[in-house]
Structure formats: C-alpha cells, structure tokens
Design a protein around this ligand. Sequence first.
Ligand code: SF4
Ligand code: SF4
Length: 367
Amino acid sequence: MIYNEIQGVKVSALGMGNMRLPAVDPNVKGSPIDYLKAHEIIDHALANGINYFDTAYVYTGSEECLGACMTKHDRDSFYLASKFHIGSNPDYEAVFAESLRRLQTNRIDFYLLHCLLDNNIDTYLESGAIPYFEKKKEEGAISYLGFSSHASVDVLRRYADYRKWDFAQIQLNYYDWWYGTAKEEYEILTERNIPIVVMEPVRGGRLASLNPEAEAVLKAAHPDWSISSWALRFVKSLPNVKVILSGMSHMDQIKDNLNTFSVEEGLSDADMATLKEACDLFRKSMQVPCTGCRYCTEGCPVQINIPEYMKVYNDYKVNGKDELKKAADIDTEGTPADCVGCGACEAACPQSIKIPEIMAELAELLK
Ligand code: SF4
Ligand code: SF4
C-alpha cells in the first residue's frame, strides 16, 4: 500500500468509502447492511494496509456497521472520517454526539462539513457549527477539520479562504479534469496548501466501462490493467491528492483496487495521452455533435430552441437524469412535446443530427 501524509499523519492512498456497504438483499430498497459481508470487507481492507475509512451521519446504517467492526481493532491502527450535513439535521451538537456513539469512539480523526453547495454555504458559515467543531478539535474529539464540496469553483474558493482547513474532499476524475472543473478545483486547494481527499475517482462507476472504441485504446496500451484502474491511476498521479476513496462493496473490487495501490507507479506521459484519447472517444460516443450554429431553428414551425435542448440532452447523456431539470430554464417558444416531426430541422443541420428523434426522446424524458 502506498501512503501519503495529511498534516503529518500517514494515511493510505486508497481509502475505503462506506456509503454503499453490502445489503442483506441487494434487490430490495432499504434492505439493511449485511454485517457479516461488510465486516469481512472492512477487515480485509485493514489487513491489507488501508487505514482511512470514510462514512457520514447521513449514510444509513454505515456509522453503526463501521463502528461495530472497528471495536475488534486497535483504535490507533486506523482513521475514521465522518461528516455533518446541515440540511439533514442542523443540530450539530447532537449530530456529532450521535456519530461518536454510533462509531463507538471518543474521537473522529477526520471530520467534514458535508456536501458544500452554492446554496448552503451561508447556512454553514452562519450556523455556529464551525466554531463548535473547532472547539471539539481543541478538546481532541476531532483531529482534523475539513469539508466536502460539490460547489462551483467560485464558492469553493470562498470556502477555502474562510479559515485554515486541514483537508478538503472533492469530486475528481479524469473526465471532470478534462471536461469539467476538477482541474480548477484541484488548483484552488493546492495553491492554499489544503491536502485533497478524492471522491468519485471512477465517476460513480461510469468510468469503469467505456464504449468499445475507447476501451480498445486502453487495452492496447496495457492489456492487464482494468478499465477502472486507469481512473484510479490518473488520480493517483496528482501530487496533492492524498487519499482516494473507493466504495468497495465486493471482494473482487477491493482486490483490484489493492493491486492498483500496491505500487507507486502512476501514469507516464504516454499513458496520459492514451487516456485522453480514450476519454475523447468516450465523450464523443455519448454526445450529439451539435455545434450550436442554429441553422435548424429558423424553419421550426413551433419555434423550439433546438440547440439549447441539444445541450441539455448531451449533459443528460453524460451526467444522468438530474441534468434534465435544466430544460425548465430554456428560453423557448415550443418544447420537445410540441415537435410535429416535420424534419425541417434535420434537413438544415450540417451535422445531420436526427433532431426529431431526439425531440421525441426528450418529450418522453421531460414528461
Ligand atoms: S421536426 Fe420538430 S424540432 Fe424539427 S423543425 Fe419540425 S417541429 Fe421543429
Ligand atoms: S443545425 Fe444542427 S448543429 Fe446547428 S444548432 Fe441545430 S442541431 Fe446543432
């Protein structure tokens, strides 16, 4: 196992995320955690050098399960990370006390304000939670204080400057590095000497399998590397990334991850170019190649703002259903449901995009 340092403490580069521990019946929503299976994974992780275990007050059953497992082990052989989420329960004193109780400990090593967003920064800053956790840190009940963020870069910058944070957790993976804001977020934190814990290194599993063209590029370069290991190797190559969280709910997964983190080796310049090529092919496969030229809009009898809907459609293909909410903000006369399928737009489109088909799909999705 490779180790890094956060504030002088030796942490494993691979951290175990405990949000999705194995359920008794994975096919039943709300099925309780299977303690036997979960403890087997946690014990295996610890025995193989992982010493950073991430959970949160809002991960149902996770703190209790992790806490119960860790009573078998020397408290100084691992670090616990947990989080306070103001939206789910603003009573920070009660939440912190409950987390200690569930985790069966008197100390949380890495404590985070959970899921910073553009619309909750002021609530967090004005709540009194930060001074309270600073006091807990002075008392030794918290070792290091940080935050996890899904905020925009401007809000992240504001938060990073608010106080001297011990660490921060952000979403970082090669896709968001090249096509999102992850690089900028990494730089904001690095410039301020804030060590980074990474979540979503495989983008919620989306980078665990790519389209066949992209996978062929990666397999040709390193036939023995799994597709998801490319994502982990990319993040591992960034010097200010200290812990990479991976939610491991199967033994196969943990073994592949341990293999990736058994050696320092990151990605060479040639590997990086290969990965970028594969990433571009992956993105292309998911998207309609709309350039926003607007040739399609003039002849549309119901005046649909087609290029704006194409943007939403592309974002939906890449990021999933949440992106569809953006359709409500489009400045348009007609909506996809108004499309009469006349085909005038497709005939005018230099990219030959099958616009009526996409409009029909969007009409269904937006119902
Ligand atoms: S097919 Fe639909 S989107 Fe295209 S021009 Fe006709 S009505 Fe407009
Ligand atoms: S004509 Fe085609 S490429 Fe141009 S904006 Fe319309 S859909 Fe996009």
